[in-house]
Every structure is written in structure tokens, then in C-alpha cells.
Design a binder for this molecule. Structure first.
Ligand code: 13P
Ligand code: SF4
Length: 308
């Protein structure tokens, strides 16, 4: 079947089954194009909380579908590829975090949304790259803060908030490929361009990048918003490659240059259009979280959603 025909079937089935497709900007272009809602991690979590549909087909990686299921336990949450994982999320377990907390009594735990439900159930606050700084700034001063699992996002937050959070040493295997020398080289190569840099990027917290006059550090949605509003015509994109699909669509006439062509998240690409159709037709693969973990994990997620 052609992509066009599959997409049409998906659109029809969405209505028939009272389903909504939520897709992250890192999924394949044809998957983004059939989504009822396309967003970054924070936008997707907010949409999962708000959606009235009976079924949510989550086109993203496992922790995202799990988060949707925690927020909306009455909905059937499906992930089209059961094995779509995340290197960052897998760098810490609930047991690891419990041991880390025990070694730092009195510490407040902030976990990035890229974590399992088990990890979230051991955390006080959750955040995404869109609201991490605001979440950390809202914490009482003088208390130790433990941040899991992204060392790059954590170091970036420490720099901009002046806090001294303890950092877990996890990273995203895609954004780790973007150290400061690569970003600075690209800025030299394109002297008229603004570099849009994700805070998960290895170079995001390097002073030469952080204080560079042509660098904007932002979450995926923040990058798109900046490119839409700015008068600059040329951008270096330092994040997952597929983000350029939406950037180009929403900013006609502007040019987007990948900082590195190999920044591809293979886990997100497991969500193919054929699998989205299968997920809808067979109502597979359902993501559920055990009640005991869900109730605890819901608390830090709700706090994250409550931070404006
Ligand atoms: P955002 O969606 O918050 O930009 O995070 C990027 C990411 O790596 C998602 O896995
Ligand atoms: Fe995980 Fe990185 Fe892929 Fe995002 S881009 S899902 S953090 S591996």
C-alpha cells in the first residue's frame, strides 16, 4: 500500500475508533503528517491530559506513552512499536534512584520526563526541556537537589539558574554527538545563521556556546517558536534531524542546516506509518502502569504540568 493510502485509512480509523494520534517531532515525516497533535515532550504530556478520545496512539518512545497512561489511566494508550526505547531513560532505574536518594538525605529529586514510571515514582518533581529551568527555580533555596538522568540538561540548568544540583551521569546518544567544537565550527561556517541548540546537546552548557550571541538554547517546541518569530532567514539545527520537517513547514522561505546529519534517533524511527495503521486496526500495543507505581509517579508529573 502507498503511504497516501495508508495515511487516509489512518485518518478514517481515527474517527471510527474515537482515537487521537499524538506524535513527537522526532518521528518520521509521514507519521508527523497524520498526527492529530504534533508536539514536544511537554506539549504531548499536556495533550494526553486534555484529550477526550477513547484511544491515544502515542507515536514516540516508551516513556512518553507510559507518561500518557499515568496521566490518563482511563484511556487506552497504544504505542505502535513496543520496543521503542530511549538511551537516556534506560540510564537509571527506580532502584538506582532510591539508592542515590538514600546517599543524599533531605535532597529534592527532579527527574527529566525521559525516565521510566518506576523512576518517576521515586521523584518529587518531573520536568521536560521546555520547563526544566522554571521547575528548578520554583524549588526552595538551600535544599540539595538531585537531578536525573541527563547530565547535559542538568549542567545547563545549573549554569542558568546558579544552582548546584547533583547530576546523574546519563545522556542521550543522539544529542551527545553535538559537543561545543561541532557547534562552534558550524557557527563559523554560517556567519549569518542562528544556531538552535537543544539543552540535551553535549555542548549546550559550554560557556562558548551558552554565551554566543547567535545561539538559542531551547526545547524542540521552543526552537520552532523562535524560528517562526525571528526575522533571521538561516538556522543551524542542533538536535534530532527530523525536527527540520516541522521547522521547514512552519517557516517557509527560511533555511535549516543540520549541525550534524547523523543526529537520528533510531528508536523514534521504529514508529513507521504501517505500524501506526496496525496499532489502530488491532488496538495494539497497550501501555499500562501498575496502580501502585502509577499513583506515586502521577505526583511529580502533575507538579510538572502545574508549572506554567
Ligand atoms: P523535547 O521534546 O522536550 O524537546 O525533548 C527532546 C527529546 O529528546 C525527547 O526524547
Ligand atoms: Fe531518547 Fe535521545 Fe531518542 Fe530523545 S532523542 S528519545 S532522549 S534517545
Amino acid at each position: 500500500m502507498e503511504v497516501k493510502e495508508i495515511s487516509e485509512r489512518i485518518k478514517r480509523l481515527q474517527e471510527e475508533k474515537d482515537a487521537i494520534i499524538l506524535a513527537h517531532y522526532y518521528t518520521r515525516p509521514e507519521v508527523q503528517d497524520v498526527a492529530g497533535y504534533l508536539g514536544d515532550s511537554l506539549g504531548l504530556s499536556r495533550m494526553a491530559a486534555r484529550a477526550s478520545a477513547r484511544v491515544i496512539v502515542f507515536c514516540g518512545v516508551h516513556f512518553m506513552a507510559e507518561t500518557a497512561s499515568i496521566i490518563s489511566p482511563d484511556k487506552k494508550v497504544l504505542i505502535p512499536a513496543r520496543d521503542a526505547g530511549c538511551s537516556l531513560s534506560e540510564s537509571v532505574t527506580g532502584a538506582d534512584l532510591a539508592a542515590w536518594k538514600a546517599a543524599h538525605p533531605g535532597g529534592i529529586v527532579v527527574c527529566y520526563v525521559n525516565t521510566s514510571a518506576d523512576v518517576k515514582s521515586n521523584a518529587d518533581y518531573c520536568c521536560t526541556s521546555s520547563n526544566a529551568t522554571r521547575v528548578v527555580e520554583s524549588l526552595p533555596a538551600g535544599r540539595p537537589v538531585l537531578f536525573v538522568p541527563d547530565k547535559n540538561l542538568g549542567a545547563y540548568i545549573n549554569k542558568v539558574t546558579g544552582r548546584d544540583m547533583e547530576l546523574w551521569h546519563g545522556d542521550c546518544c543522539v544529542h551527545e554527538r553535538l559537543p561545543a567544537p561541532v557547534l562552534l565550527e558550524r557557527l563559523d561556517e554560517y556567519p549569518g545563521a542562528i544556531a538552535l541548540v537543544h539543552p540535551e546537546a553535549n555542548g549546550s552548557h559550554d560557556d562558548r556556546v551558552l554565551h554566543h550571541p547567535r545561539v538559542v538554547i531551547a526545547s524542540t517546541a521552543g526552537m520552532i517558536d523562535h524560528a517562526r518569530r525571528s526575522t533571521c532567514r538561516q538556522y543551524i539545527v542542533a538536535t534530532e534531524l527530523e525536527t527540520i520537517h516541522e521547522l521547514a513547514k512552519s517557516c517557509p522561505g527560511k533555511t535549516f542546516i543540520p549541525a550534524l546529519r547523523s543526529t537520528i534517533c533510531g528508536q523514534m524511527k521504529k514508529i513507521t506509518i504501517e505500524r501506526v495503521l496496525d496499532a489502530l486496526e488491532k488496538e495494539q500495543f497497550e501501555v499500562k502502569v501498575a496502580d501502585e507505581i502509577r499513583e506515586k509517579a502521577r505526583v511529580p508529573i502533575q507538579r510538572m504540568l502545574d508549572v506554567k
